[in-house]
Design a protein around this ligand. Structure first.
Ligand SMILES: [Zn+2]
Length: 236
């Protein structure tokens, strides 16, 4: 089965002073995209459900799609969730375990925006949203020693599992930076899947520790994304 995974960061107006405006998708743009996906028959599944399908443990709807959010901004809860609710979509949110309730201080030059608090994460879990790890400190895993990388991977999984009371088995590599070594360490730290960023769809043979995600930016029209979801079926 061919399964697309989309990645978003922040939903809302693009601030004038943003250094990385491509991390934004405007509210009305997000609404239009989800409405279009809904009308096209897409049904969202969590990343954990997709991985369970890959293990042969679960079946997927006819036209599955995985929606993911990186960093866990509060605007995900305030802006994106009501729109997802309207269309019946769910998502997997990758939070930075050591930054809950703080800001994106790993982006030293970017404007700072609030991140979800632990209580907000619990409330979203109760509403059916899923969570994965984005490490403890938004660490660039490829530049850490193996011991330090393993610690970021393991400590974030354990902290999030303690908070959520459920298994956290997917890692989102910060800055989409991973390597053979990082993927091996992620498995050792207890993850069964990992996501990066690459404009490809996922096939039954795609490495589950290096799943592809299509980034959506404020520049992408609904038709650009819909066209990608079509044309990439023919790209390996
Ligand atoms: Zn990130």
């Amino acid at each position: 089965m061919i399964v697309p995974i989309l990645v978003f960061h922040k939903i809302g107006p693009v601030p004038q002073d943003s250094r990385f405006p491509r991390n934004y998708v405007r509210t009305e743009q997000f609404d239009a995209l989800l409405g279009s996906l809904k009308r096209a028959g897409y049904e969202s599944v969590s990343l954990a459900q997709y991985v369970a399908y890959r293990r042969g443990e679960e079946s997927l709807p006819r036209k599955p799609i995985v929606l993911t959010f990186d960093d866990g901004y509060r605007s995900n809860a305030e802006i994106a969730v009501p729109i997802m609710r309207k269309y019946g979509f769910t998502a997997t949110i990758f939070v930075v375990a050591g930054r809950l309730g703080r800001t994106n201080d790993w982006d030293v030059e970017e404007r700072q925006e609030p991140l979800l608090t632990a209580d907000e994460v619990i409330a979203l879990r109760d509403e059916g949203f899923s969570f994965g790890s984005h490490t403890v400190n938004h660490a660039r895993l490829t530049s850490l020693s193996p011991d330090a990388a393993l610690d970021e991977l393991r400590a974030s999984r354990e902290a999030l599992e303690a908070l959520l009371g459920e298994p956290v088995r997917t890692i989102c590599y910060p800055w989409a930076q991973h390597s053979d070594e990082v993927r091996r360490l992620a498995r050792e730290a207890g993850y069964d899947s990992g996501v990066g960023i690459r404009r490809r769809l996922n096939r039954d043979e795609t490495d589950v520790m290096a799943l592809h995600r299509i980034p959506v930016t404020y520049l992408d029209s609904t038709w650009r994304i819909r066209w990608d979801l079509f044309r990439l079926r023919f790209r390996r």
